[in-house]
Design a protein around this ligand. Structure first.
Ligand SMILES: C[S@@+](CC[C@H](N)C(=O)[O-])C[C@H]1O[C@@H](n2cnc3c(N)ncnc32)[C@H](O)[C@@H]1O
Length: 212
């Protein structure tokens, strides 16, 4: 098995506001704000490989309507998951459930999907191309009707983002936005809307393996 990065240490890259990661964070957060503004009433969010959840938590902590939003964060690293819990607690948000779990195992999504907003941020560049396709093909099971899915993939190692966009389209999504930066890791963020039929969750599948 490949040793993964130290993801507690990795979070420090957010300390530099000029890092590609900080660009990605701001882009994801703006998309999230836009989505919340466009959706009155209760909203359910799921974040896959959520890290410390700062993308969602730091948006919600500034919103007077945060209590209409329910969040499930799926994160495998126990310490990182604890950081997410602490962050939610400090923000005074008690509607955030942090599951310390393997998000590659579809059983981890039981009771959390279908969601209104799904985040796939910071994972599609850390798995094989085949796993990217398998994961995209499974995303209709995560999405309620008209759900939005926010995804990212850096283009420094390779650039398969046109293929990623096409595979989302084949899975029933319509692209709403795609923005890319030429900062060091060449990050890109896309926003998709799910226009396909409801697909029940198959809780016995494996989607991906992180290689770094
Ligand atoms: C690149 S970070 C992205 C974190 C977050 N989405 C962000 O944008 O800040 C990837 C995260 O995925 C987590 N991770 C790796 N494999 C996982 C798995 N199988 N299930 C859940 N989380 C996983 C890592 O621990 C790490 O926190």
């Amino acid at each position: 098995m490949t040793a993964l990065r130290d993801y507690v240490q990795w979070l420090r890259r957010y300390d530099d506001p000029d890092s590609p990661l900080s660009w990605r964070l701001r882009t994801v957060q703006q998309s999230l704000r836009d989505e919340l503004d466009a959706r009155p009433g209760p909203v359910d969010i799921v974040s896959v490989c959520a890290g410390d959840g700062r993308d969602i938590i730091d948006v919600l902590r500034t919103r007077p309507d945060a209590d209409r939003v329910t969040v499930v964060l799926l994160e495998a690293h126990p310490e990182v998951a604890d950081l997410a819990r602490q962050r939610a607690r400090h923000a005074g948000l008690d509607q955030i459930e942090v599951r310390t779990c393997d998000a590659a195992d579809t059983g981890s999504y039981v009771g959390a999907v279908p969601a209104d907003i799904v985040l796939l941020v910071g994972l599609l560049g850390n798995m094989s191309h085949d796993d990217v396709s398998t994961t995209i093909a499974a995303t209709p099971q995560m999405c309620g009707p008209g759900a939005s899915l926010i995804w990212s993939r850096g283009r420094d190692l390779d650039d398969i983002n046109d293929r990623v966009r096409r595979e989302f389209a084949e899975a029933g999504f319509t692209e709403r936005a795609y923005v890319a930066s030429d900062r060091r890791t060449r990050p890109a963020v896309g926003v998709m809307r799910y226009d396909g039929p409801a697909v029940p969750l198959d809780p016995d599948r494996r989607l991906f393996t992180f290689f770094r």
